[in-house]
Design a protein around this ligand. Structure first.
Ligand code: ADP
Ligand code: MG
Length: 769
């Protein structure tokens, strides 16, 4: 029996899914696999595990498992459910890549999908679970898809053993044909239970015209208009990336500042009567709104300045030129064309509580959006795609949708990646609009025309069709799934992607090469079934990309393991350095940025060293940065002073710990530990590390174009790679940018204005076969 507090019980009863409890539980009792669809916020994630718990699916010490595509969700949801059920985190627990609080007593376990995949490798039948819930299946993340494929088989095997396993698939959209109409996946189509959402009507307003470039500016104008003219209610803005989010937050905070001073105390007497009137009106509106939507208001922990302030200095991952452009244009002061937006004159009479929201934002800052805004203010959340489905923000009445999304795009043949901003799908746009109607009727402002909307794709393509799959294929082979091509994918990756993955894994020695005579493309196509090697099995135990796993597997000699682990951890976490090439909001900030850039260039040179060590290039910088940072106690101050991202450093530390444990499990005689005072590698070790890196990145080799081969100016200082016809360049942030070695390997090529190699290291000619 669950002992919930009366308040909690009352809140639960408001959720639409509560009235479906019986229907869902009967379906689960009668069918091995059940699909539950319901709008975000209908209560799937928080309630279904509780239904199962109360129905006894965690009896006999078994566990109810719930997978989430995101770490944040796994942690937050376990906490929320524990609170709702009045149970300790020892009973309702979570497990994510680096950490967890699972105990012997755990009955409900939230985890990321990657964690469950690892568990399947240890215990294919998942015997400790009576139910597994795959949550957020509509996101179609790669691991979700693979898990669904695997679980379709595990359910059958468990049935044969008379130890039935129940599988629940939960989706925020009704797009489930890939699961229900896929005979190979489920021979019997599973029942779909649709939870009626208590969605209020949302009026959709299209723009007459679609702005070509400046959608951030358009967002700004729209928010100003809503805030000045429309009744109380939170505003949710959808933009594409972190930098844009911060720029808009900054601009809105400037336009509608939160101040301690009541506006009538301001010097400007002339407008004070009008201002007082407006202020009172807005306060009254806001109060009314809070009374309506947020019954329990706690203002205890509120300071007037939002704690997210200052965040805008921390642009990080995934910045690219497009984003810079968006940011640049955003900084131009523009006057509204509609006479409503009075430029950027700060207007303290209408305080706006502006909060950013994106996936890399620290969890405690993300949590702020769930708090009621300070009294007398209106909430405005400026978000990326994360607010589309996985988080429900209370009190949103207005949605402003730029209609775009930023995604990493991989070239299928060359693996070159670029960040592209594209139109969203119709399904995503509707999902975004739906966010406005959770608590009362709402409005969605689409900053594009209805004709443009008509041309959107219906649904976003599943992730598995959009990225390289070598990591997945290695994991699947480690599960002894040899004929990957026969695997019941909900949506299979392309045959080209499968072949490319298998070829890479053969080249890395993770899979057995088929006999030479059979290595004809035609045969490959039909087969795709090379078995895994011992090396491959070792590689599969490391939670990193196969190229990096190979490096770890090679590093046993010469005491190189601690260095290889550090380099691999830093390459996996990515974007160790802050983004400093961005426009500044003020002269002061500009000076700070300039100073920092100079400082970073200098420390990079120091960390790269001279002679032998410089040849390891950017990877030596990574090693030096992590070493120096750990030596300094990994303090936020050290990171700040040296242009390092503190959050990245913490992740690297965790991943180093995890990789060290993985290596110690493989070869206990190594006796490794994470040494905060790691000495730099000696000259021999550096050379050996370069060989290891070359082995792992062997397919990422580039040769400098010699001056006598120069056909065209565009090849000046350029490199040639086997797969690309166009020139590639060493990225200006690389320590080898001026060195221009003859041969290099690179971590990745990212295309912005040119194709740039990042994470570059020198290769000796005699190592090239
Ligand atoms: P779904 O999974 O269907 O999207 P959830 O179960 O996540 O829905 O959420 C149901 C409701 O529970 C939400 O509408 C929200 O009001 C509430 N809720 C969820 N998490 C929290 C939280 N951390 N704090 C307060 N309320 C929450
Ligand atoms: Mg959910």
């Amino acid at each position: 029996p669950v002992n919930r507090s009366p308040e909690m019980q009352e809140e639960r009863l408001k959720l639409p899914i509560l009235s479906e409890e019986q229907v869902i539980m009967e379906a689960v009792a009668e069918h091995p696999i059940v699909i539950v669809c319901g709008e975000t916020g209908s209560g799937k994630t928080t309630q279904v595990p509780q239904f199962l718990y109360e129905a006894g699916y965690s009896s006999d010490n078994s566990i109810i498992g719930v997978t989430e595509p995101r770490r944040v969700a796994a942690v937050a949801m376990s906490q929320r459910v524990a609170k709702e059920m009045n149970l300790s985190p020892r009973v309702v627990s979570y497990q994510i890549r680096y950490e967890g609080n699972v105990t012997e007593e755990t009955r409900i376990k939230f985890m990321t999908d990657g964690v469950l995949l690892k568990e399947i490798q240890k215990d294919f039948l998942l015997l400790k679970y009576k139910v597994v819930i795959i949550d957020e299946a509509h996101e179609r993340s790669v691991y979700t898809d693979i898990l669904i494929g695997l679980l379709s088989r595990i359910v059958c095997l468990r049935e044969k053993r008379h130890l039935p396993l129940k599988l629940l698939i939960m989706s925020a959209t009704l797009r489930v044909e890939d699961f229900t109409q896929n005979q190979r996946l489920f021979t019997q189509p599973p029942p779909v239970i649709k939870v009626e959402s208590r969605q209020f009507p949302v009026t959709v307003h299209f723009n007459k015209r679609t702005p070509l470039e400046d959608y951030s500016g358009e967002c700004f104008r729209k928010v100003c208009k809503i805030h000045r003219m429309l009744p109380a209610g939170g505003i949710l803005v959808f933009l594409t990336g972190q930098a844009e989010v911060h720029a808009l937050c900054r601009r809105l905070r400037r336009a509608f500042p939160l101040t301690r001073h009541r506006p009538q105390e301001k010097d400007d007497q002339k407008d004070s009567v009008e201002e007082t009137r407006r202020f009172k009106k807005s306060r009254a509106r806001a109060r009314k709104a809070q009374a309506m939507m947020l019954p329990q208001i706690s203002l205890d922990n509120y300071s007037v300045l939002p704690a997210g302030e200052g965040d805008e200095d921390r642009e990080a991952e995934m910045d690219d030129d497009e984003e810079e452009e968006a940011l640049g244009s955003d900084l131009d002061l523009d006057l509204g064309d509609d006479g409503v937006d009075g430029g950027e004159q700060p207007d303290a009479s209408l305080p706006l509580h502006v909060l950013p929201l994106y996936s890399l934002l620290a969890p405690e800052k993300q949590a702020q959006v769930f708090q009621p805004p300070p009294e007398g203010t209106r909430l405005c959340v400026v978000a990326t795609n994360v607010a589309e489905t996985s988080l429900t923000i209370p009190g949103i009445k207005y949605v402003v949708d730029c209609g775009k999304v930023k995604k990493r795009h991989y070239d299928r043949v060359t693996g070159v990646s670029s960040f592209r901003i594209t139109w969203v799908s119709q399904a995503s746009a509707d999902q975004r609009a739906g966010r406005a109607g959770r608590t009362e009727p709402g409005h969605c402002y689409r900053l594009y025309s209805s004709a443009v909307f008509g041309d959107f794709e219906k649904y976003p393509p599943p992730e598995i069709t959009r990225r390289p799959v070598e990591d997945l294929i290695l994991q699947m082979k480690a599960l002894n799934i040899e004929k990957v091509i026969n695997f019941p994918f909900p949506t299979p990756p392309s045959v080209e992607a499968l072949i490319a993955a298998e070829e890479l894994l053969i080249a890395l020695g993770a899979l057995q090469a088929p006999p030479k005579t059979e290595r004809v493309k035609q045969l490959q196509r039909s087969r795709l079934s090379c078995p895994i090697t011992e090396l491959g099995r070792t590689m599969a135990t490391f939670p990193v990309a196969p190229r990096y796993a190979k490096m770890l597997a090679l590093s046993r000699q010469h005491g190189c393991l601690p260095y290889a682990i550090t380099i691999v951890a830093a390459m996996t976490v990515r974007e160790l350095f802050e983004e400093l090439d961005r426009p500044a909001a003020s002269d002061e900030e500009l000076a700070t940025l300039k100073g920092k850039r100079a400082r970073v260039t200098q420390v990079k040179r120091i960390w790269a060293g001279q002679g032998a060590s410089l040849k390891l290039g950017d990877l030596m910088v990574l090693l030096g940065a992590v070493g120096a940072c750990e030596y300094a106690g990994c303090s936020p101050q050290f990171c700040e002073a040296n242009g390092l991202r503190y959050k990245a450093m913490l992740e690297i530390r965790r991943l180093r710990g995890q990789l060290t444990t993985a290596v110690n499990t493989m070869c206990p005689e190594a006796g490794l530990f994470v040494d905060p005072e790691m000495q730099p590698p000696n000259e021999n070790q550096v050379t050996y590390l370069r060989q290891i890196v070359t082995a792992g990145l062997g397919d990422h080799l580039a040769r400098k174009v010699q001056s006598e081969d120069l056909v065209d100016d565009k090849w000046k200082n350029a490199y040639k790679t086997p797969l690309l016809d166009d020139p590639v360049f060493i990225h200006p942030s690389s320590v080898l940018f001026k060195e221009l070695p003859d041969f290099v390997v690179y971590q990745e090529i990212v295309e912005t204005t040119k194709m740039y190699m990042k994470g570059v290291s020198t290769v000796d000619m005699q190592w090239i076969p």
